[in-house]
Design a protein. Structure first.
Lengths: 304, 516
């Protein structure tokens, strides 16, 4: 099997009405660092939405204008073996509303740690292969940021465990990767002692419905270049709809589908340095913003 | 290598396992013990009611003799029910056993939160007004903004109090033993046995009076409320505390008392509080004519001010002349040194947001989709009252005092707001961004501070051991509006002081109602 010498970082941050998806998506691809290879990178991301779905009703809000989330994320991946990688990411996030009076918030959000294992691989002839991966992830807030001021909050505050399965097929330079993760989300605590979902709750604890995060990548992959189209989906198992003209809440049923692209390129004159760029456009959603997301980053790989 | 694989598999396994487990977020009041009144307040029939001229204004006929076959049949109904209680029925008894007044207060807060959503702007940039005659059409009626909510809590609580006062009057008059005391084969299921006479049933009085009041206040909820009322009555019967006849008499009494409060509510001017475009323009003209900067809505499109004529609503604790007499001195004028200082302070807070401050802001925000500040004070009061082992009638009396205070605080506060019609900090300095939504009415005086000062004062009288806690909470509630960027310090300090004065009227009432 051909050893991959670089990483793919598609950062699908700010998927949603809030920056809940600020996470490394290296967990969802089929790229592995070789043994004792260490990759570190920084990514800048902008995501903004003017329209959002209040339940299933798409609307805008002149008291918010365009709500944007920007982040700078540090990411580090280490090849424990050729088939086992550890990934850590830490985003710093800031939010802004272009209209109305709501104050933006900023701060370090959730640290995410993933262990990615390639448990199956087979070759078909000379140019094609099928790889299967299992990924276990944990993300948890780095600080107790305010999670009850949506859409300006930088995150939702839950600690998440995720289990992911990924299949990757490559034939020549063409490849397709499909991946799905079940995300178990812990209850969260809010600063209020009561809140209304579809009923009143007299507690500061909020039950966060679990999620499924899925993605499909199709494109070309060469040793120094990846170009792919990507379809991303987030589905929430339960939760409730934002009521007419209400504010969003952490345990809303946040669903979304986006379509986008990703490019990664290693410079011939600096083979350890990669530049990545992503764009994703939300094409369907529920209780989320119809975001347009752009990101760019630089990664540097060293062999230890 | 293998070990890592196994731990990974283990992690995924653990995750799937935990996800299969029920995540349990339960209410603080889900599993309360049954009410254990330290004093049954058997003299409550002699207390002073709010509206009733006499405790027996509404006649309740004497119960049938215990030797009557009708009574025997009623006992059989209880015994049959008690023989085969389902889990749901047991839970229903336990739920209501914790206290009927407390449960209705919780339900009421839930309804306020449900209906506390401002209407979205129409395509023409105007805002439709909820229509009481068509409550289920958007915009739903009512919009339970703070003044509406304060008034709704007050009417419900005051009507419950008068109804229970009358109930207690007849209980002692007829002195009918509760089924579990009369017949040894009827047990007290999940309730504490007391010697409180059972006719008429206090649970049914509460069900009747509340369900009837809700027709006025939440007309879109009549069906749900009716079901809840029936559950409460059924729980009373299943628990062995009341017979069918106790319940029937109680519900009728409750509904009759409610009619008095409904009649008052229909004539208390709240229906006109929305005002007209002429009224709205008039506030602007009057303020301008004084050489001052008038308030403008910071919403887009601009929304008419919230209930500008709520000041004309008839108060419970004092007359309308007192409302005017409670008006404080004017706020600092825009451009004055004091106002510049006030604005600078707000700006300093929003430019230096701390986690502690934003936590205080969100704790007290009580904005869209919540039970409002008066509801928050009901929650604070109710959770403390639970530890006081009150009788149902004292629960009702104390919540009535609190909520009449909050309604009158809304009236006085709205009078001040629209009398001075002054600008919010973000209007004076648009660079001020806020940590909670800006309420759509003038700044001076802070509603939160007025509500909180008033509530803390009466609650401090009712539960003296908590007086300093309530005072500190009221101060924090006011401060939350300053550090959140939506009020000047002056709004909060003066609001608190006006609120304290309103609370003082409630204390006077409490001192003279015969309940001490």
């Amino acid at each position: 099997m051909k050893k991959k010498t670089f990483l793919h970082f598609s950062l699908a941050v700010a998927f949603s009405l809030v920056a809940v998806m600020a996470k490394s998506q290296t967990a969802d691809d089929a790229i592995m660092m070789g043994k004792k290879q260490w990759c570190n990178g920084l990514t800048y991301m902008y995501s903004g939405w003017k329209n959002y779905w209040e339940g299933t009703l798409k609307r805008d809000n002149k008291n918010l204008g365009t709500v944007s989330t920007q982040s700078v994320m540090f990411m580090s991946t280490y090849g424990i073996t050729n088939k086992l990688n550890a990934i850590v990411s830490v985003p710093y996030i800031w939010t802004h509303a272009s209209a109305g009076t709501l104050h933006g918030l900023k701060g370090f959000q959730d640290i995410e740690m993933d262990i990615k294992y390639q448990f199956f691989g087979t070759q078909f002839g000379k140019n094609s292969h099928l790889l299967l991966f299992a990924v276990g992830g944990l993300s948890t807030p780095l600080q107790k940021y305010e999670n009850d001021f949506l859409p300006m909050s930088i995150g939702l505050g839950s600690t998440n465990l995720s289990g992911r399965l990924t299949a990757d097929y490559q034939n020549g330079i063409f490849f397709a990767t499909g991946s799905s993760a079940f995300v178990w989300r812990s209850d969260i605590t809010i600063d209020r002692t009561s809140y209304y979902t579809d009923q009143i709750h007299y507690t500061n604890k909020v039950d966060m419905p679990n999620q499924l995060h899925s993605n499909l990548f199709v494109g070309i992959r060469k040793p120094n270049l990846i170009i792919q189209a990507q379809l991303l989906n987030m589905y929430t198992f339960g939760g409730f709809d934002i009521r007419r003209n209400d504010m969003p809440f952490a345990s809303n049923q946040m669903n979304m589908t986006s379509l986008g692209g990703h490019v990664k390129y290693f410079f011939p004159f600096l083979p350890n340095l990669a530049i990545v760029a992503d764009a994703d456009f939300t094409i369907a959603g529920r209780n989320v913003g119809q975001s347009q997301m752009y990101s760019g980053g630089l990664y540097y790989v060293v062999s230890l | 290598m293998k070990n890592i694989f196994y731990s990974l598999t283990g992690l995924i396994g653990l995750m799937l396992f935990t996800s299969a487990c029920q995540k349990d977020v339960s209410n603080r009041t889900s599993n309360l013990p049954a009410l254990q009144s330290s004093n049954l307040d058997l003299n409550a029939g002699t207390w002073k009611p709010v509206l009733l001229s006499r405790p027996d204004s509404f006649a309740v006929a004497a119960p049938v003799a215990t030797t009557s076959p009708l009574y025997t049949a009623d006992l059989f109904e209880i015994k049959a029910l008690q023989k085969s209680l389902t889990r749901d029925q047991e839970n229903s008894i336990k739920y209501w056993a914790a206290g009927g007044v407390m449960r209705w207060n919780e339900i009421m807060r839930g309804l306020v939160a449900k209906y506390n959503l401002p209407v979205v702007a129409g395509t023409d940039g105007t805002y439709a007004i909820p229509n009481t005659a068509n409550p289920l059409a958007y915009p739903l009626f009512p919009f339970t903004n703070p003044p509406y909510a304060a008034r709704a809590y007050a009417y419900i609580s005051a009507a419950q109090y008068d109804a229970l006062l009358a109930c207690w009057f007849y209980k002692t008059k007829y002195n009918r033993a509760a089924p579990y005391n009369f017949d040894s084969s009827v047990s007290a299921k999940f309730v504490n046995k007391t010697v409180l006479p059972s006719y008429p049933s206090e649970a049914a009085v509460l069900a009747g009076v509340t369900a009837e009041m809700m027709k006025l206040l939440f007309p879109g909820e009549i069906g749900n409320i009716q079901n809840i009322a029936i559950q409460q009555e059924q729980a009373a019967i299943m628990s062995g505390a009341a017979t069918r006849a106790d319940v029937t008499a109680g519900e009728a009494l409750g509904r009759q008392v409610a009619e008095m409060f409904i009649a008052r509510a229909r004539g208390d001017n709240a229906g006109k509080a929305v005002g007209t475009p002429t009224d709205w323009a008039n506030f602007v003209d009057v303020t301008k004519s004084q050489g001052l900067i008038p308030w403008i809505s910071l919403e887009s499109p601009q929304r008419p001010p919230m209930l500008p004529l709520f000041s004309k609503v008839k108060p419970f604790l004092f007359d309308s002349a007192t409302v005017v007499s409670l008006r404080p001195d004017p706020p600092p004028a825009v451009g004055s040194d004091q106002m510049n200082k006030d604005v600078a302070e707000v700006k300093q807070y929003v430019n230096n947001v701390t986690r502690k401050n934003i936590g205080i802001v969100e704790f007290w925000a009580d904005g869209v989709g919540t039970y409002t500040p008066p509801g928050h004070w009901n929650a604070i009061a109710a959770e403390d009252f639970i530890n006081q082992n009150y009788s149902e009638v004292r629960w009702a009396r104390n919540l009535a005092l609190l909520n009449m205070t909050e309604m009158d605080a809304a009236i006085v506060c709205w009078d001040v707001k629209y009398h001075y019609f002054n600008a919010r900090p973000s209007q004076v300095d648009p660079s001020i961004k806020t940590l909670t939504g800006i309420p759509n009415f003038p700044a001076y005086i802070s509603g939160h501070s007025t509500f909180s000062g008033a509530a803390a004062t009466i609650l401090g009288y009712l539960v003296p051991e908590n007086a300093s806690k309530y005072a500190a909470m009221a101060e924090e509630a006011g401060l939350s509006r300053l550090v959140g960027g939506i009020h000047y310090r002056t709004d909060c300090e003066v609001g608190l002081s006006v609120g304290n004065k309103i609370g003082g009227y409630a204390i006077l009432k409490a001192q003279n109602d015969g309940a001490n």
